[in-house]
Design a protein around this ligand. Structure first.
Ligand SMILES: *Cc1c(COP(=O)(O)O)cnc(C)c1O
Length: 373
């Protein structure tokens, strides 16, 4: 059997093990430690976001962001419908209700018009949303200028879910730096990984300080263990941060390789009738975390047929994210938009996009897919 080609496997740069060994030699296995502080500083510098808290996951980062924005039971929080469940589950952890907003065709991300309608309708119904979670899906920047303007107009805070968008640019600035709070994920399948982890960034030093406090069980200043608030065990370990420091060094190379992989798929498959890819608007530079192909609207060929054919060759591919408003667990949840994400979900397939993919593997996948179209 051919060696399996994964969708987006971890890809170490070389210095990760050295940093982990340093942690072992100094016995900074836990708690915290120098790699953790340096990882936060290096990540903040990379993104030009002044303050940063390294956490155990991207989901944990969104959870803490919601807590700091005061989201409580019976509140409503707007979230992109076209996303991974990690974006919105923390809304429910807080006892609040998600309000889903659909995508626009031009970025596949939150449609600013639908966002405005959602906010106005919720206000009319007597419930102003407490926060907006906007996702940069597959690394593609959402239209932040419009979205930030709408949020400011209604005085609603933004949590920017850049879990998939680390290294992408919008109007020359890194994703994660546009919201009141930005979050990243270093899960194993993301563009860089700490084996599992996340981060929260903000210009607001107080929030980041609070995130670190809450992520370490909310211990008050006292020699004994005293608590005036409910805390969480959400801090990243010094070992994981060491891996992260090694990965940050190669992040720009990873972005370049993923973009080259996208360019190749586009060059070979993009010319076939009806085939298209996630569009990139002028002013946006996606990290192309995953290359996602749309099959012709008129074709009888389904993404599942292509996926199964690739699977036969031991190649992993995956349908696009199933929109949250279609998920059984969110049945009956408020939803606004034009169902653009439903069409994307029906026609789309994520192709292997890992930065360690070889040219020969890429050619093989492209030939297999091309023959089916
Ligand atoms: C991966 C991901 C998350 C969650 O990150 P974890 O580190 O896996 O908890 C949140 N949002 C999006 C869009 C993601 O892709």
């Amino acid at each position: 059997m051919n060696e399996r080609i994964y969708l987006s496997p971890p890809h170490m740069g070389g210095d990760e093990l050295k940093f982990v060994q340093e942690a072992f030699q100094s016995n900074w296995i836990s708690p915290a430690g120098p790699h953790l502080d340096l990882f936060e500083k290096e990540l903040a510098d990379y993104n030009n976001t002044p303050h940063c808290a390294a956490l155990s996951s991207g989901t944990a980062a969104i959870h803490l962001a919601l807590i700091m924005l005061g989201v409580k039971q019976h509140d409503e929080v707007i979230c992109s419908s076209f996303t991974f469940a990690g974006s919105c589950n923390p809304i429910v952890y807080q006892g609040a209700t998600p309000v889903y907003v659909d995508s626009e065709d031009s970025t596949w991300n939150m449609d600013p018009q639908a966002l405005r309608s959602a906010i106005e309708d919720r206000i009319r119904k007597g419930k102003k949303p407490k926060a907006i979670i906007v996702v940069h899906l597959y690394g593609m920047p959402a239209q932040m200028e419009e979205i930030v303007a709408i949020a400011r107009h209604y005085d609603i805070k933004i949590i920017e879910d850049a879990a998939e968008g680390l290294g992408s640019l919008y109007k020359g600035k890194k994703l994660g730096s546009f919201g009141d709070i930005g979050i990243y994920s270093f899960n194993g399948n993301k563009i860089i990984t700490t084996s599992g982890g996340g981060a929260l960034v903000s210009e607001n030093a107080e929030w980041v300080k609070q995130a670190k406090f809450l992520s370490t069980q909310a211990r008050d200043q006292a020699p004994h263990y005293q608590h005036s608030q409910i805390g969480y065990n959400y801090r990243l370990s010094n070992i994981s941060a060491g891996i992260g420091r090694g990965q940050l060094k190669v992040l720009d190379q990873r972005v370049a390789r993923r973009r080259a992989i996208y360019d190749y798929y586009k060059k070979i498959l993009g010319g076939l009738p009806g085939v298209s890819f996630q569009p990139e608007l002028p002013g946006s530079v996606s990290n192309r975390w995953l290359t996602c192909m749309l099959l012709p609207a008129t074709s009888k060929l389904t993404p599942e047929t292509v996926r199964l054919a690739l699977e036969k060759e031991n190649i992993e591919s995956r349908p696009l994210w199933k929109p949250m408003h279609l998920q059984p667990v969110f049945n009956g949840t408020p939803y606004y938009g034009s169902k653009a994400s439903e069409d994307l979900f029906a026609r789309g397939l994520c192709l292997p996009s890992g930065s360690s993919l070889t040219d020969a593997q890429l050619e093989k996948i492209t030939t297999l897919v091309g023959k089916m179209l």
